[in-house]
Design a protein around this ligand. Structure first.
Ligand code: AMP
Length: 284
């Protein structure tokens, strides 16, 4: 496995791989790898000849009051996990390598960021769309894999790739959970045991929502209220949002019919946790 830190070298590697007639899968991450990330790598391997894992804590997607400095970093451990997972190239640039002093070009979307996480994280998706664009130009992938756990991010990347005609297939990968249902996240590392227990209410409320929808509850407000009660009852929780939306536009829906997305973000201690699930009224 090669570890590459410069744009020039990464582009040269990508050109060499492509010249050999091989395909490239990109799995972008911010490091501190867990099984969720490893599942993306496996998906990448299934869809391409070579897998490039990027590890970059992207400063432009953090707001001024967010956890950029505190974000967990574990490069040595990450490299060992990447090697064990069969990654071919790790691209791990410095901030300076990606954002020079005169950097001033950003990619932003008009509508998708005006929902869910975008409302409390106003610069987030502009930072995500910009760094993903840069990674596409640097790694030159044929496919790129993103987790459904960050559902809005996946939709933003899909929209951006379609709107800007990137010749990259965007693949979504299902959320990997702990045995008790907590979605794996690098930010789980901040949780105390008691806060972790409270964090379980995210998935529990999604399960309850699915049970209500399957039992015929079609009023999103009632489902959201039940989720709110469950999460509010747990200590150290502060709900940012709980919403039931159209899975494509992310607009709120009037009724739970067809498939709709329930998404939530909850501050638990120092961690902002997110989770989501497609609700299917008929069960599923
Ligand atoms: P991050 O390092 O948190 O920016 O995440 C990098 C990629 O891993 C994103 O595409 C995430 O959606 C994905 N990811 C994070 N957590 C999980 C998880 N529990 N299951 C599946 N994918 C995940």
């Amino acid at each position: 496995m090669d570890v590459v830190a410069t744009v020039e070298e990464m582009q040269a590697r990508a050109d060499r791989i492509r010249a050999q007639g091989k395909t490239i899968a990109l799995t972008p991450t911010m490091g501190c790898l867990h099984e969720g990330h490893l599942s993306l790598i496996q998906k990448g391997k299934a869809h391409a000849d070579r897998v490039v894992l990027s590890i970059f804590v992207n400063p432009t997607q953090f707001g001024p009051d967010e956890d950029l400095d505190a974000y967990p970093r574990a490069m040595e451990r990450d490299l060992a996990l990447a090697e064990g997972s069969g990654v071919d190239v790790v691209f791990a640039p410095s901030d300076k390598e990606l954002y020079g002093p005169d950097f001033q070009t950003f990619v932003s979307l008009d509508r998708l960021p005006n929902h869910l996480c975008g409302l409390s994280r106003p610069v987030h998706f502009r930072g995500v769309a910009t760094v993903v664009t840069k990674l596409f130009n640097i790694v030159k992938p044929h496919v790129a894999v993103f987790g459904e756990k960050d559902y809005q991010q996946l939709q933003v990347v899909r929209r951006m790739a379609a709107d800007l005609n990137f010749d990259v297939e965007i693949i979504g990968a299902p959320t990997v959970r702990e045995p008790d249902g907590l979605a794996k996240s690098s930010r789980n590392a901040y949780l105390t045991p008691e806060q972790r227990e409270s964090g379980l209410t995210l998935n529990r409320s999604l399960e309850k929502a699915q049970a209500m929808a399957a039992a015929g509850e079609a009023d999103p407000a009632r489902i959201i209220e039940a989720a709110r009660d469950l999460i509010d009852a747990a200590p150290h929780t502060r709900i940012d949002y709980i919403e039931i939306v159209d899975p494509y536009t992310l607009n709120s829906v009037e009724a739970v019919e067809g498939s709709v997305l329930m998404a939530l973000a909850v501050q638990v201690g120092k961690s902002r946790l997110i989770d989501n699930r497609i609700l299917a009224p008929g069960g599923a």
